[in-house]
Design a protein around this ligand. Structure first.
Ligand SMILES: [Zn+2]
Length: 475
């Protein structure tokens, strides 16, 4: 091939690439886009790149066709003539968040029974507004809705992050939670994996009454398809689940029944398991052994601290989202929060221990990932609770650089997408959060995202938050 022809082919290829990038958005989505210029230069910005390495000041990031085309010290990086320049003095860039326990539903009691209802309009928007460019839903109650929302986000019809949609819970009858899916036996558990994998679900979650046989069946069918299995366990101990090949465990160590020493296989006794955790010493050698096992089996652990945050002296809605709720829901959630003031010293003690155990897991080399879990008593909601998780990681003793790594790169590694997203790095998708201020100096600055970039398209975070006010609890 002549050099001239090769050059021509390269040009044609690059044009094809840039055309394929240009995503279409409906007017309803477009009005939340702050910038979608083909070439954007962020100048004089502080970068916390998601790897945990020290931050850098006065950087330039060039975004072209949805990707990070160039980045580095501002005196070194040439700004393309056609770039839209955004001066970022006083601002910080972090990677788009990759959050792994992000339901599209919310606590909504059915009479006196705990229940959950789909927030199909508000939650995907709130995750994006808070900076999440990628989420895993970690258990669904309306999988068909979650899958449709994922598709419509991809088609530019709805606002939201990229989604790894988790199938309906794999759970045996036991709880009166009307929206919760159950299976009658392990054969049905296996069949449900096949069914939902064919529908487009890309992950699976075992719930509290699931048995050894259920997990074996689910791991077999999921791993055959290259898909992963997580669990919010109780009948199964963490040790048993790790031995059977589970990929991930939810809620730090709060769902571990490993320390109920009288527990028999496939026995469910949540109160005893919970008391055993409360009695366990923060530096327990038994916990150290469990951590070693999880690390050696490469089981990831999801931290979901907001859903366990005590009430006394802490926010009503975690991360400051009172105004997002419809008034009726805000009243009932506030009443529950008020009623538990000064009555939650036991949960505070366990909350602190779980934070310490998550840190021990991380320091032992475990893959700690972050999630929101917008459930519990209703104090945790999408987006607001997501940023609260990062603040609580810092309260747990992680540095801001580590907390951001846990909520970005670690999530991407778990999902197998770390070549594409999860760090601020040349060549990766421009999934970035531009924050007003410096979250390394004050982690609460994470509450001030200015622009959330998803594949180079910059969304107006504050406008999205504004548009959802007074709607959570409605839909
Ligand atoms: Zn959950």
């Amino acid at each position: 091939m002549t050099r001239k022809r090769m050059l021509l082919l390269t040009v044609v290829f690059m044009q094809a690439f840039s055309y394929s990038f240009a995503q279409e958005f409906t007017p309803d989505v477009r009005r939340f886009i702050k910038t979608s210029a083909p070439v954007i230069a962020l100048t004089d910005v502080k970068v916390m790149d998601g790897t945990g390495r020290p931050s850098s000041l006065h950087q330039t990031i060039v975004i072209a066709n949805g990707r990070i085309a160039e980045m580095g010290a501002q005196e070194r990086i040439k700004i393309p003539a056609d770039a839209q320049v955004i001066n970022c003095t006083g601002k910080t860039v972090i990677p788009g968040l990759v959050m792994l326990h992000e339901h599209l539903y919310y606590t909504m009691f059915l009479d006196r029974y705990f229940n959950i209802a789909e927030m199909s309009s508000t939650f995907s928007k709130l995750y994006l507004a808070a900076g999440a460019s990628t989420i895993r839903t970690a258990g669904s109650i309306e999988p068909q809705t979650d899958l449709a929302i994922k598709r419509m986000i991809g088609e530019g019809k709805l606002l939201g992050p990229d989604m790894d949609v988790t199938a309906p819970y794999i759970e045996r009858p036991g709880f009166d939670i009307p929206a919760l899916n159950t299976v009658k036996d392990s054969a049905e558990a296996a069949a449900s994996v096949v069914f939902w994998a064919n529908k487009g679900c890309t992950s699976f979650k075992m719930y509290m009454h699931a048995t050894t046989q259920d997990l074996q069946a689910v791991v077999r069918e999921a791993h055959k398809r290259g898909l992963k299995v997580t669990g919010h366990l109780c009948t199964l101990t963490y040790r048993e689940a790790a031995e059977l090949g589970i990929d991930n465990l939810e809620h730090g160590f709060m769902a571990s029944s490993d320390f109920d020493t009288a527990k028999k296989a496939n026995e469910f006794d949540y109160p005893v398991a919970f008391k055993a955790l409360q009695a366990l010493d923060v530096n327990s050698p038994a916990m150290k052994r469990l951590i070693q096992l999880l690390v050696s089996k490469k089981v990831a652990l999801t931290s979901t601290l907001p859903v366990f945050e005590p009430s006394t002296g802490r926010e009503t809605i975690l991360g400051g989202g009172e105004e997002a709720l419809i008034p009726q829901v805000r009243e009932t959630v506030t009443a529950r929060w008020r009623n538990s003031q000064n009555k939650d010293s036991a949960s505070l003690a366990l909350f602190k221990k779980n934070m310490a155990w998550e840190k021990q897991f991380y320091e032992a080399g475990g893959l700690l990932v972050a999630g929101t879990d917008p459930t519990g008593s209703g104090r945790t909601i999408a987006g607001y609770g997501s940023r609260r998780e990062i603040e609580l990681l810092v309260e747990a003793g992680f540095t801001p650089l580590q907390a951001i790594k846990i909520a970005t790169l670690n999530g991407a590694i778990y999902l197998g997408r770390e070549q594409e997203t999860g760090t601020v790095e040349k060549g990766k998708a421009a999934d970035l959060v531009l924050i007003d201020g410096d979250p390394e100096a004050d982690i609460k600055k994470i509450r001030h995202p200015a622009i959330v970039f998803k594949k180079g398209v910059g969304f107006d975070s504050q406008a999205i938050f504004e548009s959802v006010k007074g709607k959570v609890g409605l839909n």
